[in-house]
Design a protein around this ligand. Structure first.
Ligand code: ZN
Length: 170
């Protein structure tokens, strides 16, 4: 079912996607292409889920964002934030912090630390490095967009509902 909140979330994702392109360009990179570049990051992680290391040739997988692409965290769809993830990790991690998620995944602390190191190296490799001010400003921007879209959609629906009632009462 569609709701004003869903419309607003979609707008937020779109904003963070477009901003991701800008951020890629700013860092001198070609904006991440979902069709082509996903293979580059898959190769980086040797065709494994970046979190649990399951072979993604064998399982269903998807792109995931280390910093979630939502209004709270404001992660961008950009090089260094997009990683290959199996469906299971993607669904379980959701909006949580990726380091915390990895900690929940491994019993062995050496394995856990090596995973964290590997992903940090990936982030550094692509220079995804928004400082705290930038992140918080982006998050504010996304939150404002969310609020205005939610309000706009509910207001419009109320107005059109009244008009619709008039049509029905003719
Ligand atoms: Zn996984």
């Amino acid at each position: 079912m569609s709701s004003p909140a869903q419309a607003a979330n979609q707008a937020v994702r779109r904003l963070l996607r477009q901003l991701g392109k800008e951020y890629d360009l700013k860092r001198g990179m070609k904006p991440f292409s979902d069709n082509k570049d996903i293979y580059v990051i898959r190769r980086y992680f040797k065709d494994k889920c970046c979190y649990c290391r399951k072979n993604i040739m064998d399982v269903q997988w998807d792109k995931d964002h280390l910093i979630p692409m939502n209004k709270e965290q404001g992660g961008l769809h950009a090089w260094g934030n997009i990683v290959p993830s199996c469906k299971e990790c993607n669904a379980t991690k959701q909006g949580s912090d990726w380091i915390a998620y990895i900690q929940s995944l491994y019993l062995d602390s050496n394995q856990e630390q090596s995973r964290v190191r590997r992903i940090k190296a990936f982030v550094r490799r692509y220079k995804y490095d928004l400082d705290e001010n930038m992140s918080s400003d982006i998050s504010k921007l996304a939150t404002n967009l969310y609020i205005s879209i939610t309000k706009y959609v509910s207001d419009e629906i109320s107005i059109k509902l009244l008009e619709g009632k008039n049509i029905l009462s003719k």
